[in-house]
Design a protein around this ligand. Structure first.
Ligand SMILES: NC(=O)c1ccc[n+]([C@@H]2O[C@H](COP(=O)([O-])OP(=O)(O)OC[C@H]3O[C@@H](n4cnc5c(N)ncnc54)[C@H](OP(=O)(O)O)[C@@H]3O)[C@@H](O)[C@H]2O)c1
Length: 331
């Protein structure tokens, strides 16, 4: 028996890489638990890996895919018997360990989370790292300050992307008045359907860095963009507010001052999904099960077969993917 998967290998030029769809005689991977992968997904990082861009792949050859959802085939431990539905987000898969874009893979038991019963395996993959990260952002907001209510608006930037779409849906379900910032005029209705009460043009935030303290607009924010956008969001957040920074879709730069921190007590909460401790993962997945409407999730998800993963990778790097793309690894 053989298993198909996307493997990143050395390219022709020094230090270049490229991804190839190939067959494996043995399941690739690291660890004692063998999983039949049903679904993976395409995050921005997977786009970079599959398109031979630097910044994600730490070694070659390496199976791409920072997410997987599947069924345990066998393991050495009673805690993960054959047949258990499991998921892995991050922990370095698809970056330094073989990842989820393959039909069968070995993983470490400490990486595993049980798929919540309310979600199908495809829905758990639709959530993936993007949705898990969005929920970590919501938890950071709740932990430090903001309470839900129509008076206080919460901003989501990069709103029609994977993290942004799921953040809008969760925040709206939790009772926040959500403002979605997007560069795509055509997606305003989509964002309102997810629960945004207001949609703004991203250029309002990204074109130039304004004054260090501006008129306040948000009690909290989840930012997937970085750069001038994040600097302006910090300067527009109310006293005691929280800004959860999770992405760099524009740039890794942060052209900001300390003024929002020292004069308004703003918290800049860093979000890292990859090495998030297991206990926090369980909390986040429990909250996803409670606060993410599976119907809305289906509406923001497209599904493609394994062979089309690279086509979607090219589109996500061009900013052309709305919401989430699940890869059906079995087709
Ligand atoms: N910290 C973590 O653990 C973690 C986890 C997951 C993702 N991330 C990061 O979070 C970011 C979003 O990930 P994703 O999977 O949601 O990617 P995605 O689906 O490509 O979404 C990114 C969105 O950002 C907006 N955008 C793109 N280029 C932009 C630019 N130049 N200026 C302003 N906005 C821009 C677009 O939204 P609009 O078209 O609506 O404007 C785009 O849809 C990425 O940087 C990713 O690496 C971090």
């Amino acid at each position: 028996m053989t298993w198909r998967g996307w493997q990143v290998v050395d390219g022709e030029k020094p230090r270049s890489t490229r991804a190839v769809l190939r067959e494996f005689d043995e399941p690739p991977g690291t660890g004692d638990v063998v999983v039949d992968v049903g679904y993976s997904s395409i995050n921005y990082k997977d786009g970079l890996a599959l398109m031979g861009r630097p910044g994600v792949i730490r070694r070659t050859p390496l199976v791409a895919g920072i997410d997987l959802v599947g069924t345990v085939v066998n393991s050495d431990t009673a805690e993960w018997p054959a047949g258990t539905r499991v998921l892995v987000n991050g922990w370095g898969i698809g970056e330094e360990y073989d990842g989820g874009l393959v039909e069968r893979v070995r993983v470490r038991e400490e990486w595993l989370v049980r798929v919540p019963d309310v979600f199908t395996s495809a829905q758990a993959a639709a959530i993936g790292t993007a949705g898990f990260t969005a929920m970590l952002g919501v938890l950071a907001i709740e932990e430090r300050a903001a309470t839900a209510g129509p008076e206080g608006r919460v901003l989501v930037t990069g709103a029609s992307g994977g993290v942004g779409s799921i953040a809008v849906a969760i925040l709206a379900r939790c009772g926040y008045a959500v403002t979605a910032s997007t560069g795509r005029r055509a997606e305003h209705d989509y964002l309102r359907r997810l629960g945004a009460t207001e949609v703004i043009d991203r250029h309002e935030l990204s074109d130039e860095v304004g004054r260090p303290l501006q008129s306040t607009r948000w009690i909290a924010a989840i930012d997937a963009v970085g750069g001038p956008t994040l600097a302006n969001v910090l300067a527009q957040t109310e006293y005691g507010g929280v800004v959860a920074a999770c992405g760099l879709a524009d740039t890794a730069d942060l052209p900001a001052t300390v003024m929002p921190f020292i004069l308004r007590g703003i918290t800049l909460a860093g979000i890292n999904s990859v090495y998030c401790p297991s206990a926090d993962r369980l909390v986040a997945w429990e909250r996803l099960a409670a606060d993410l409407d599976p119907g809305l999730l289906d509406g923001l998800t497209e599904t493609v077969p394994l062979a089309e993963a690279q086509t979607v990778a090219a589109r996500i790097l061009d900013g052309g993917v709305r919401g989430r793309t699940v890869v059906d690894v079995t087709h």
